[in-house]
Design a protein around this ligand. Sequence first.
Ligand SMILES: [Ca+2]
Length: 330
Amino acid sequence: MMRKRLFAIALTGILAICTLGQGFNAKASEIPSTTDYTLTIPARLDVTQIGWNESSGITVKSTGTGGFPEEMKINVIAESANGWTLNLDENNKIGYTMKNAADGINTTMWKFNAVELNDNTENGVNRPMGIVVDDYRKKPAGSYSDIVTFTASVTDKILYDGNITVLNYREGDNTDSSERPDKLFDGNFNTKWCTKTNNGGSYEARTGSKKDLVVIKVEEEMILTGYSLVPGSDTSKYPGRNWSKWSIYGGNFENDSSAGSMYNFENDRWVLIQTYTDNSESPSLGTDQQYYDFLILNNSTPYIYYKIVVENLRDNTDNLHQMAEIRLFK
Ligand SMILES: [Ca+2]
């Protein structure tokens, strides 16, 4: 006779309502932004099966007037009382892992940026999440539980100041060896990635596999929330060399050679994070040499590898393009 087992496993969260009224400096002509927000966490997540169990997720809603400040973000961190196990008693524990429901990647941290918050003022931004529960069929019946505490904070978008390694790149056939893509990440406005193609014709007309690109690696997985581009020092003389359209992809590969392989440039495991068309979107690259900041929309996935593809140039008949610096925000 089969012995009947009863599993009533509960993951208990804490409902958190957070309001921070930090001061924020704004120009007199603008409506001041505030960092007031409401964070809603499911009070309880009942686990009903081995493997995937989904919850309604975390919702953050900006409640201040004037919108949430663009240079700030909300971070939510989850901590487990039991070290990510559901416990019956000292000897009977069942492991589990928290996931981002959108892509199934493990996470205990969620970030919300101003663009997301200000685009979703009615309903707030929701990040569905789930937990994957280890096989518990050999465990005794009973009620297993853990307590997960969510803590929220408002911080500046953080400049990534770790190492950036250029793993590989594709560029024009007549590029000066002193102007390779490592110059994008050397902190020097006077050095640049400047590529030249002989008889390349219109840059726009190149097929996707002929577009210039660079594959980079950061020190550890991070959620890219924005980036800055700095045009070349002679940008006012050659504005046509500025990028007018570009794409940023993220990826998590087994190893560097897999991410940086020539054969993997078009690999479908690269996930498109953003395609930006300059001149039709704001902000736009100007003719002054300075940092131009761009926000990433709706990305909550941490990646360790990133691919930046130059899709088109301001003057798409130019056979050169250039960029002096890229910096990343997490
Ligand atoms: Ca540089």
